[in-house]
Write a protein that binds this ligand. Structure first.
Ligand SMILES: Cc1cc2nc3c(=O)[nH]c(=O)nc-3n(C[C@H](O)[C@H](O)[C@H](O)COP(=O)(O)OP(=O)(O)OC[C@H]3O[C@@H](n4cnc5c(N)ncnc54)[C@H](O)[C@@H]3O)c2cc1C
Length: 376
């Protein structure tokens, strides 16, 4: 094996978290190497491609922005549809990730594709990677773990694998222009929901489910697709298929372990109810890159500050989502999951979701969420 290359910051993964971290660390003047096991940044796309409006400043490169979204329509089991303003953008996710990686390269980061982390000696700060020519080693001062939901970095450090839900998605032709995201809440999607996100002349139609509650995702997705075809909303062709895990267990117990800094999905930052994680990945990646810069410049509090900052921004909302998931999970296979009340409690578009005075003690015959004082 060739002698180890040295760098200040080694970034594992070039999704939004890793690319943002590499750019921030390179802008701080550090020697940065960023690697990804994929051949091409952002490909294959495993995403429904919605970002919240405030992330629009990251969507300005040519080809990234596809269309604007005004609101979100959530359809309950009774058929009642609830519409709320929920402005955002539909993006070409591959172009989005590529533009972020271009930014890291322009800032001076060295980018190595088809290069996977396979081992890590956190004591001597040496990572073992594999590229098409074989294994190579890199000595680092800081390692940013931005390697997604099933982080290999976490695995080789002996850290627990994050709980996740499974997703399955088709891209289908859209018959009529549409400016809302549509969400379906139903017992057919236990531990998750189904979505139609319009993307110009096509749309991403998918669903997420807790695989422990129900293994078959194809049947409910095909049924939803057929219903939308019959309603004249989408075409029968399937233009692309994707899917992948989404972490739903909330933040890791610690975000920094022995100068290894976790960001994005690898840190558990994806929202456990909505599955949204792009914004948190970019924000945490940038913050991780800046913290790496501070630590390399001698700031002994850099890791504590990173941990506190990320928890301040995300922990309350993630913790509420984890609580809702856990308590509602007990009722997915009961009659309660057929009631609108159950889904209003469990979905971010409804005020009941944010009401911490309600208890999640559902009576599965009356389907009422009891006030905390009445719940056993
Ligand atoms: C079907 C689906 C739909 C989604 N829809 C949305 C949505 O509409 N909006 C939203 O905000 N979020 C959505 N998400 C979640 C969002 O995609 C993630 O939260 C986001 O990608 C997290 O970014 P990341 O950089 O942390 O990780 P990732 O984007 O997963 O990037 C991790 C990178 O690490 C690389 N990697 C992994 N292991 C190694 C290794 N050993 N060595 C080197 N490289 C490695 C991977 O190749 C990958 O490029 C969706 C997720 C799924 C699965």
């Amino acid at each position: 094996m060739a002698p180890a290359r040295k760098c200040d910051v080694l970034v594992i993964g070039l999704g939004p978290a890793g690319a943002a971290a590499a750019a921030a660390a390179a802008r701080a003047g550090l020697d940065v190497v960023a690697v990804d096991r994929r051949e091409t940044v952002g490909v294959p796309v495993q995403c429904a491609e919605f970002i919240p409006l405030p992330l629009g400043s990251y969507a300005q490169a040519p080809g990234v922005l596809v269309q604007r979204i005004a609101g979100m329509t959530s359809v309950l089991p009774s058929g009642v549809a609830h519409r709320a303003d929920f402005p955002g953008l539909m993006i070409d996710r591959a172009r989005f990730d590529q533009a972020l990686a271009d930014g890291a390269r322009d800032a001076g980061a060295e980018i190595l594709m088809r290069t996977a982390l396979i081992g890590l000696d956190a004591g001597s700060k040496q990572a073992t990677l594999r590229d098409p020519h074989g294994p190579l080693t890199i000595d680092y001062r800081v390692l940013v773990a931005a390697d997604g939901p099933h982080s290999r970095t976490a695995a080789v450090l002996g850290l627990p694998r994050l709980a996740s839900v499974c997703t399955r998605q088709y891209t289908v032709p859209l018959r009529h222009a549409h400016a809302d995201t549509d969400i379906w809440l139903a017992p057919e999607y236990p531990g998750g929901y189904a979505w139609l996100f319009p993307k110009g002349a096509s749309a991403n139609l998918g669903l997420g489910m807790d695989a422990r509650l129900e293994g078959d995702m194809r049947t409910p997705l095909d049924r939803l697709h057929a219903g939308l075809v019959a309603a004249g909303r989408v075409g029968p062709e399937i233009l692309a298929r994707t899917g992948g895990p989404i972490p739903v267990g909330g933040l890791r117990a610690r975000l920094v372990e022995r100068d290894v800094v976790f960001a994005g999905d690898a840190a558990g930052l994806t929202h456990p109810i909505s599955g949204a994680g792009i914004a948190a990945a970019v924000i945490s990646g940038e913050r991780a890159g800046a913290a790496a810069g501070a630590w390399c410049a001698g700031d002994a509090n850099a890791w504590r500050d990173y941990e506190e900052d990320i928890r301040d921004q995300f922990e309350a909302s993630l913790a509420r989502a984890v609580r809702r998931r856990r308590s509602l999970a007990r009722f997915w296979s009961t009659a309660a999951a057929r009631s609108d009340r159950f889904h209003r409690r469990g979905w971010i578009a409804f005020r009941e979701y944010f009401d911490d005075t309600l208890d999640d003690a559902f009576d599965d015959s009356s389907n009422v969420a009891l006030p905390r004082s009445l719940a056993a």
